[in-house]
Design a protein around this ligand. Structure first.
Ligand code: PHE
Length: 462
């Protein structure tokens, strides 16, 4: 096979500004992972100690891997598959990219179903469903009704994919960058409003203590592994999203600094989401380990109890929907950039086909919460189809992709060569020896540890 030399394409779309790029990449990172998954995972894993370990992983593993992906994308100016092919010149490495493209489609197909739920909840807050005296029982029933309804689940997932496609269709600078420039500041404003509301609730202090004072007796292997998995998922690393976004970067961007900013942004938003959710829970005397329904089941019971609860409820679900949208955009873009770069498809065709395939795969996930008995309880697996997708793509595929990426950048491309790319656009890179050590040894061994644990325990947590 002839190795593509990848002639420089002067018409290639690019991020128009550094801020636009940071907002788009942070938009990819900040998603349901921060606002929905982080609070309930922290709640299930005992609070403070989990949070501390999570922060450690974001800094020691998240930031170095993020830098590696962005550098690989920018140096190759190519998609998740092409980047490996161009840099390695030969061998099986492009398969890591194919794994990433499949993972993008896989995550998109169940993520859009959960994103669809946020749309339904938005509708309910508009209709005033939570204005009455909604008790925990009826809130649980409402969640079950929404998620079990085949029509509502399938249609809202479709709606979300159409919304995603309408932005991706307009390209990097005219679609994703522009949308992120509007949506991300809006998201921040909503977060601040909700934060102020939550921390001023009577009894809020207990929630903050739970989140920030570590109780190390709660630590065990599962907590540590959950924290690492959460760090990878939350930063959108391990499947080529950041390679893809890096491919549209100009050489004057300081990647080490941008990576620290993106990861910092992502971390702060997760912590703020925790600071919104836990005070509200503790103020209402609700235990923090309610699991995946935390935001959908527990919070509506609070809205009726607080002044202007309707408005805060609406803002919360709007926040979730916006956060989810800037993430589904990046998931779709991984596959679209692959098809437009490597297969020379037009963007319109790629978006239409990727959207249709993602929709087809989202249907079984949408039917997995009671809509269809087979997908609700997969025979032999003791789990529903959506959980299966989340475990398969969100846990196994992301961890494997992250591990292979570290091995590729650290040993095949070589950390030394990658540092030369990282130096472009930066006025220096003081942590370069540390980064080389982390990407070659620490990151791959830690991720390998998760994978071994996942396999050994037949892990089903999301
Ligand atoms: N980071 C996103 C979130 O926290 C999820 C995601 C994973 C998006 C992988 C893109 C790629 O919700």
């Amino acid at each position: 096979m002839t190795v593509p030399t990848h002639p420089p394409d002067s018409n290639r779309d690019e991020w128009q500004s550094k801020t636009g790029f940071i907002l788009a990449a942070a938009g990819s990172a900040i998603g349901l992972g921060n606002i929905w998954r982080f609070p309930y995972t922290a709640g299930e894993n005992g609070g403070g100690a989990f949070v501390l370990i999570y922060i450690g992983f974001v800094v020691l593993i998240g930031v170095p891997v993020l830098m590696a992906e962005l550098a690989l994308g920018r140096t190759s100016k190519s998609n998740a598959v092409g980047a490996f092919r161009i840099v390695s010149q030969a061998g099986a490495w492009p398969w890591v990219g194919y794994l990433g493209v499949a993972t993008g489609l896989g995550i998109l197909s169940f993520y859009s179903v959960v994103a669809g739920w946020t749309v339904t909840y938005l509708w309910h807050t508009l209709m005033g469903t939570f204005a009455g005296n909604i008790e925990a029982v009826s809130s649980t029933a409402l969640f079950a009704n929404i998620t079990a309804s085949p029509v509502v689940s399938v249609l809202t997932a479709a709606l979300f994919l159409v919304l995603t496609a309408s932005i991706v269709r307009q390209g990097i600078s005219g679609g994703i960058e522009k949308a992120s420039r509007y949506l991300m500041p809006f998201l921040l404003v909503i977060l601040v409003v909700l934060l102020i509301r939550s921390v001023t609730l009577p009894g809020a202090g207990a929630g903050l203590t739970y989140l920030f004072s570590p109780d190390f007796s709660k630590l065990n292997g599962a907590v540590i592994i959950s924290a690492l998995g959460q760090a990878l998922f939350s930063l959108s690393i391990g499947m080529g999203a950041m390679i893809t976004y890096g491919a549209y970067l100009k050489t004057d961007t300081n990647i080490p600094r941008a990576s620290a900013q993106i990861a910092g942004f992502d971390l702060v938003i997760a912590l703020v989401a925790g600071m919104i959710v836990f005070p509200a829970l503790f103020a209402a005397d609700i235990p923090p380990d309610a699991g995946t329904g935390l935001i959908f089941v527990v919070l509506p019971t609070l809205f009726h109890a607080m002044p202007a609860g309707q408005i805060f409820g609406f803002l919360l679900y709007l926040l979730l929907a916006i956060a989810a949208l800037t993430s589904t955009i990046s998931l779709m873009e991984v596959v679209v950039t692959y098809l437009t770069d490597d297969r020379q498809w037009s963007r319109n065709r790629a978006v239409a086909i990727v959207g249709t395939i993602a929709f087809a795969f989202s249907v079984p996930s949408a039917l997995a919460q009671g809509g269809n008995p087979f997908f609700t309880e997969l025979p032999g697996l003791a789990m529903d189809f959506m959980t299966f997708q989340s475990v398969l793509w969100g846990n196994y595929a992301l961890s494997l992709g992250g591990l292979l990426l570290c091995l590729f950048v650290g040993w095949k491309w070589t950390a030394k060569a990658a540092v030369n790319t990282l130096l472009l656009g930066a006025s220096g890179f003081p942590g370069q020896l540390l980064w080389r050590f982390l990407i070659r040894y620490v990151c791959p061994s830690a991720i390998l540890a998760i994978l071994i644990y996942l396999i050994a325990s037949g892990q089903t947590v999301q």
